[in-house]
Ligand binder design. Structure first.
Ligand SMILES: [Zn+2]
Length: 429
């Protein structure tokens, strides 16, 4: 764990005439420079909502700026700021049909400090009956846009305490209120007066845009998450910092390199959006927030990049695409790589549901051809979510080749010549 000085240098690709060759722009020195900064101990493991993540976001914004990229339309800087709240009920007065209800029979998911709810408050209600698939119904209401009360049958009394985990999950400032109540009957009248302690955490995605020449309202997104796991209170030897060099400083590095490359080319017909997400590791919140800023119908493709710093199971010059069969985007990418020695494969770890576990998932659920590109050997990757995920474990030359391959493979999509088929949302989990 060497402590490295931050190097904010603007050499090589800034100023003067741009060399158009991809090898000149996407090169090992630059990839290594960016990786070093992001995975340095000074970034404190980049946990969402911490000073370390803030430092990383400032560095990423500086890179976008030095490359000459613009912020989103109408914005003064590259930050998409949002707040998450972690709440705890401090007092409650609860009745069902005028009978007192114990505090452990209710689960509150809301960013509000004070809730006063009765049957006249306009909440929608739903019932989980004995024998229902409670888990999947609960999952559905977690993303409900309206205020809901869900009456959970008492036959789920064993599941209910386990749902309490949901209470400690951070929630968006904007989210609707969701109340689960364990009850044998649906009451005619009810009254819930609840006070919560709400701790705010400020987070931000870093987003830059390269407007399209002839199809500015069609978007192609390149993304990765810059947050990671922070600092552990159970150090191993002298190391306590989760540097996340592969997860996902590597993907963030790729996004920055791609932004520099496409800015230098400056011939994209569609608008390119480069996004470094916050809060992936604690629930994919950065990409959820980001996805709400777009009309999904205008997004023609998303290249999400996660963990490309190690060799894939097929060796060098290869990577896999999650959800490969869900659209024809993978086929388009392969076609654009004809004549190169790089190969994309369908995700070989389908039992791990990787398609749903990264930042592509939110837009994919809205029908966008949104895939994650990775090389991580998810069955045997030795440093995954470990303190040992350090820059020294990365194959920098191979990483450069992967970033170049992503750039080349996207060619006909950013030129507006190919449009990947949409995800059929009815097929999704
Ligand atoms: Zn990750």
């Amino acid at each position: 764990m060497k402590h490295l000085t931050l190097l904010f240098s603007f050499i090589a690709i800034c100023g003067g005439s741009f060399a158009q060759s991809i090898d000149k722009i996407i090169n090992k020195n630059e990839v290594e420079r960016i990786e070093k900064v992001l995975s340095d101990d000074a970034m404190e493991g980049r946990a969402a909502g911490t000073n370390g993540a803030d430092k990383a976001s400032v560095f990423i914004a500086g890179e976008f700026k030095s490359a000459g990229l613009k912020p989103e339309k109408g914005k003064a800087d590259y930050f998409q700021r949002f707040s998450m709240f972690t709440t705890q009920v401090v007092s409650s007065d609860l009745t069902l049909n005028n009978n007192k209800l114990e505090a452990d029979k209710i689960i509150v998911i809301s960013p509000a400090k004070q809730l006063n709810i009765t049957e006249k408050s306009g909440y929608k209600t739903a019932r989980i009956k004995a024998g229902d698939d409670a888990r999947s119904i609960i999952f559905k209401y977690l993303s409900a846009e309206e205020n809901y009360i869900v009456w959970v049958d008492t036959s789920f009394y064993k599941l209910f305490p386990r749902l309490s985990r949901l209470k400690s999950m951070p929630v968006f400032e904007q989210r609707s209120n969701l109340i689960f109540v364990l009850t044998s009957d649906v009451p005619d009248t009810y009254s819930f007066t609840i006070s919560q302690d709400a701790k705010e955490q400020k987070m931000k995605n870093v987003v830059a845009v390269l407007p399209g020449k002839s199809k500015p309202n069609e978007y192609v997104i390149f993304s990765g998450h810059y947050d990671h796991l922070g600092i552990t209170n159970q150090p191993q030897g002298i190391d306590s910092i989760y540097n996340g060099a592969n997860d996902d400083a590597a993907g963030t590095t790729a996004v920055l390199m791609l932004s520099k490359y496409f800015k230098a080319l400056n011939n994209n017909e569609r608008t390119l959006v480069f996004a470094a997400f916050d809060a992936e590791e604690i629930g994919g919140f950065g990409s959820q927030y980001f996805s709400k800023q777009f009309n999904p119908n205008q997004v023609v493709g998303m290249f999400n990049i996660e963990m490309i710093g190690t060799e894939s199971k097929w060796g060098k010059n290869s990577a896999y695409i999650t959800g490969y069969e869900k659209t024809d985007m993978g086929k388009i990418l392969e076609k654009n790589l004809t004549g190169t020695n790089f190969k994309f494969y369908p995700d070989p770890y389908t039992d791990q549901d990787l398609f749903y576990r990264s930042d592509n998932a939110t837009l994919a659920r809205l029908g966008v051809p949104a895939h994650t590109i990775s090389t991580s050997k998810m069955d045997v990757e030795p440093n995954y979510h470990k303190l040992s995920d350090e820059i020294g474990t990365l194959d920098m030359d191979n990483m450069v080749e992967i970033i170049k391959a992503i750039a080349l493979s996207s060619k006909t999509i950013i030129q507006g010549k190919d449009t990947p088929s949409r995800v059929n949302t009815a097929d999704l989990q």
